[in-house]
Design a protein. Sequence first.
Length: 141
Amino acid sequence: MESIVNCQLLRYLEGHQLISEYQYGFRRGRLAGDLLVYLTHRWAEAIESKGEALAVSLDIVKAFDRVWNRALLSKLPAYGLPEKLCDWISSFLSDRSIKVVIDGAYSDLKPVNAGVPQGCVLSPTLFLLHINDMLQLSNIH
């Protein structure tokens, strides 16, 4: 089910050009290496024209764990997603819990109210939607 939802969601988002063109990670036909090629080209242009180029790189530690679910869920209707799909995604992200196992000893279950699940097919797409508006600023890749 999750794979089908993700496939249809990506088809919709890409078909309506709702994901920033400056987003390279987790996109079909785009790689982080493509961004490096683009940036190298821009830096070379700046050097040739004796101009300037500035680069700032962000590496968000545990990025999937830092997705603020309430903010993500509030953004979904703005993409034109049907209410039932928004409700399904809300359900997908709610009532999650974790426990730690060390040498066969289990911790108590602890509720998780942030983040997208690691290893789930849908998580990269939800992460993209969470950060997509950050890339609407001019010339940020």
